[in-house]
Design a protein around this ligand. Structure first.
Ligand code: ADP
Ligand code: MG
Length: 353
């Protein structure tokens, strides 16, 4: 080894950077499907069909009846950081769409084989688009289809040997995680019909999830979680500050039929499914005070001014920063305490034994 030889610092090849970053956006089956579902919802779809082959390992297809993609956008559609949703940095404070980073389609291209079929109401025929692994449009042909978009992802992670192996090894768990995630979107998206199916081997399609496109959260809960679960819930509305409130449903104090701590707890901020470990902790603690033998189910949507929170913390936008979080948590704690002490059905330890 020549000790006096300097090691040069060089720019990493753009294509390599793309693949490195893409692996952080599309981390698993759930994140791949989540991005496609969010794109369909952002495009104002009212029906959304998700078809998996072999739990998504062979292919994932998401069919929507949204706006479709206009031909002028075909070329840049799957390029990194290309979006129709964010114009200026300032827009970050007033976003109402799920997406804005313009990296889902480009990342999916890097991690899988991507084709898109689409048609807007202004076109007579639809178009099928094929992209290469850097998101460049490589083929385009006319097809017959309805207004809307179909995205097909094949061979997810086939170019990442470690992840691909993990994916196969944990396929059932990955699939379970996906179903729970889809439930969250199906619960909160009112007026959208969801169908999710899976086909394995030569077996017939099995329907994983099917909703009616109901107009209320209540009806969505009944379809997604079942009427018996719904009967054990009570509606909750709490004002948490001048500009922040929470609405949803929680287990009645004597009827906490969560199977484990955290089972069927869905949290949303302005309709976006997110992880809220601190909120979950408050809910569980207060509930435990009323009923130490059972676990609460929770479906809670926080309404917060778009200025007062930041979802741009991780690429998957599951983690959020809320301003004045501790005051909000305190208000939630007090509100829940009141609900559970007022409901009177205190499930005492003696009663349960
Ligand atoms: P983002 O959602 O952050 O904008 P994406 O890579 O997910 O980034 O999508 C890029 C763009 O492609 C979107 O901004 C949108 O204009 C368009 N697009 C993606 N999926 C759909 C869809 N299902 N229907 C209509 N337009 C879509
Ligand atoms: Mg998107």
């Amino acid at each position: 080894v020549e000790s006096d030889k300097m090691i040069a610092i060089k720019a990493i090849d753009k294509g390599i950077v793309h693949r490195i970053c893409a692996g952080q956006v599309i981390t698993d089956l759930s994140s791949a499907v989540k991005e496609l579902v969010e794109n369909s919802l952002d495009a104002s779809s009212t029906t959304l069909e998700i078809n998996l082959k072999n739990y998504g390992q062979h292919s994932i297809q998401v069919i929507d009846n949204g706006t479709g993609i206009s031909p002028s956008n075909f070329k840049v559609l799957a390029l990194k950081h290309h979006t129709s949703k964010l114009g200026t940095f300032h827009d970050l404070q007033s976003l109402t769409t799920y997406g804005f980073r313009g990296e889902a389609l480009s990342s999916l291209c890097a991690m899988a084989d991507l084709t898109i079929e689409t048609k807007t109401k202004n076109e007579v025929v639809g178009t099928q688009l094929t992209f290469d692994h850097s998101g460049v449009l490589i083929a385009q042909s006319k097809i017959a289809r309805q207004v809307g978009t179909t995205v097909t992802v094949k061979n997810l992670f086939s170019n990442l040997p470690v992840r691909s192996k993990e994916f196969s090894r944990n396929i059932r768990r990955e699939y379970g995680k996906l179903v729970s995630l889809l439930n969250a979107y199906a619960l909160i998206a009112t007026n959208v019909r969801f169908v999710c199916t899976n086909t394995t081997g030569k077996n017939a399609r099995s329907v994983v999830l099917k909703t009616q496109g109901s107009a209320s959260l209540k009806d969505n809960i009944i379809t997604v979680l079942g009427i018996n679960t719904f009967r054990c819930l009570e509606p909750v509305t709490l004002s948490l500050s001048d500009s922040c409130k929470v609405d949803g449903f929680l287990s009645k104090s004597g009827q906490g039929n969560g199977r484990s701590l955290g089972d069927r707890q869905y949290f949303f901020v302005n309709g976006r499914p997110v992880d809220m470990p601190k909120v979950s902790k408050v809910v569980n603690e207060i509930y435990k005070g009323a009923n130490s033998k059972q676990y609460p189910i929770a479906i809670l949507n926080f309404t917060v001014p778009t200025r007062a929170y930041d979802v741009n913390v991780t690429p998957d936008k599951r983690k959020i920063f809320i301003s004045e979080e501790s005051a909000i948590l305190q208000a939630l704690r007090e509100g829940l305490q009141q609900i559970y002490s007022a409901s009177g059905v205190c499930y005492s330890v003696n009663k349960a034994e």
